[in-house]
Write a protein that binds this ligand. Structure first.
Ligand code: FAD
Length: 464
């Protein structure tokens, strides 16, 4: 870049913030460390950067105007919801030149449409707020995860979040039947009619769900609710090996129509979490625990016990007898991410393998990690029914990529994916070639180029 164009670009950037203030109001353009810090680093402390400003629009028209203005100035935007993403996609890089576009003020929740069981929700609505609105109307959101109080609907859509109930209701993609979004040129696309069948051309909402803020800014979604089920039965099963844990997933899913949660915990994680929660183990700590929860209109406990009996594990299981007992068992699984975070900044991977390869993957994982980082502490847990394992390694410098490379190669060898639900972000962009062919990556780049030729939206995320 020549000296003149550098000065020109600085002058133009200097003009940008006053223009953005005119769009969203001065109070919603935040600059200076104290105001911007919490937007610049993530929940894990692994990802942090520096931004030019945080801009907080209040509605779709303001988002569109901000995106258009930043496009004119060639200033990149990092869309951000609750900033609970774990892959470095929601925080700015270290250049100090990017704008964090915070969507949390888009927090309107519409009424449930009775004919369809659908509800329009702003991108900034938290998952908890959506769940409360659903329950108040006699429904359930059909999606749940530990970061529910902070994660936003826009973030859930942008990451195609999974979570605890995906084994029954699918990921965010299965729940979202309409999307409104602002494209990189500032134009708005809207598919909010709530049609379950609509084959008129390319399915833009399907493309934008899971695009991690790289193709558009999602401003509103139409969420398809599921029936509210108030009767629950919960069991914790002690298993002698991780391979056996993998083997019971299929039979449990086949024999339990009311199954809603099917989670895996392994020995080190169980001990670390119980310690962190200061909780006594509710049963003997074995190489693996499997947490099963059923939900139905009437008490599903008999069905659950019959299924455990049918696969020969009833003798190794405890069943929660009341709400407090259920809460205690769920808390052990949900406490895992916090317990790991408490232990320091970890290498965090969120991988998925086909269920037929899950036992092989779990058996090989400790050896692969030990070889990559001798003496490191491996905490593996996850969503058993989805073949989704959260691999956390405490000990090595998180910037050392040896563990990432070794584990992701193992995943690729098992026919799996480098990201099951957290997304690719900046963290895993360099590893995409492990599981996506050259043709596949070229197609993704072509889509990115067509929708965002100037790389305004979240550059460096998904595609390196
Ligand atoms: C304790 C804990 C437990 C978790 N458990 C799970 C789990 O079980 N399952 C799971 O899937 N995830 C889980 N997560 C990860 C995280 O909560 C999800 O990925 C969630 O969907 C992120 O939502 P957010 O609003 O915080 O998004 P952010 O973190 O703000 O952003 C995430 C990505 O989405 C993009 N984005 C955000 N909003 C928009 C928008 N409106 N338009 C376009 N792009 C946008 C960002 O640019 C970024 O790339 C967990 C996280 C924590 C901290």
């Amino acid at each position: 870049m020549t000296e003149t164009s550098t000065i020109d670009s600085a002058r133009r950037t200097g003009e940008l913030l006053p223009r953005l203030s005119r769009i969203v109001g001065t109070g919603h353009v935040l600059t200076g460390g104290d105001l911007t810090r919490s937007y610049e680093s993530d929940w894990t402390g692994r990802w942090s950067g520096r931004c030019l400003a945080v801009v907080r629009p209040a509605n779709t028209a303001e988002v569109a105007a901000v995106v258009a203005e930043c496009g004119d100035h060639r200033v990149a935007l990092v869309p951000q919801g609750g900033n609970t993403g774990l892959v470095g996609g929601s925080t700015p890089d270290g250049s100090g030149s990017q704008i964090v576009l915070s969507l949390t003020r888009l927090n309107g929740i519409g009424a449930v449409e009775r004919e369809s069981g659908q509800i329009p929700v702003g991108a900034g609505v938290s998952l908890t707020a959506l769940q409360q609105a659903a329950r108040a109307a006699g429904y359930d959101a059909g999606l749940d995860l530990g970061a529910r109080d902070t994660a936003t609907v826009g973030g859930l859509a942008a990451c195609d979040a999974g979570g605890l109930k995906a084994v029954r209701y699918g990921t965010a993609r299965a729940r979202i039947v309409g999307v409104e979004a602002v494209l990189a040129d500032g134009s708005t696309v809207s598919r909010m009619a709530g049609l379950l069948k609509d084959n008129a051309g390319y399915n833009l909402p399907a493309l934008l769900i899971g695009s991690e803020g790289t193709l558009a800014v999602i401003t509103e979604v139409l969420w398809k609710l599921v029936p509210r089920l108030d009767a629950r039965a919960t069991a914790l099963i002690a298993i002698d090996s991780v391979q056996q844990a993998a083997q019971i997933a299929g039979p449990l899913m086949a024999s339990l129509p009311s199954l809603e949660v099917l989670e895996l915990m392994t020995e080190t994680g169980i001990r670390v979490t119980l310690d962190y929660l200061d909780q006594a183990p509710p049963m003997a700590v074995t190489p693996a625990w499997v947490l099963v929860q059923c939900a139905a209109r009437t008490d599903p406990q008999d069905e659950l016990i019959e299924a455990l009996d049918g696969i020969g594990v009833a003798g190794q299981a405890i069943v929660a007898v009341d709400a407090a007992g259920t809460e205690r068992l769920m808390r052990i699984r949900e406490g895992h991410p916090e317990a790991v975070n408490h232990g320091g900044v970890s290498t965090k991977l969120d991988v998925g393998v086909p269920l037929r390869a899950l036992g092989r993957f779990l058996e090989a994982l400790p050896t692969v990690v030990e070889r990559a980082a001798p003496g490191a502490r491996l905490v593996a847990y996850g969503h058993l029914g989805d073949g989704n394992v959260h691999v956390n390694v405490l000990g090595p410098d998180p910037d050392d990529t040896t563990v990432d490379e070794s584990v992701l190669e193992l995943v690729a060898g098992c026919g799996g994916t480098i990201s099951a639900e957290h997304g690719v972000g900046r963290h895993k962009a360099a590893y995409l070639a492990l599981i996506r062919s050259a043709a596949d990556r070229a197609a993704m780049r072509a889509v990115k180029h067509a929708l965002d030729p100037d790389e305004i939206l979240n550059p460096g995320t998904v595609l390196a």
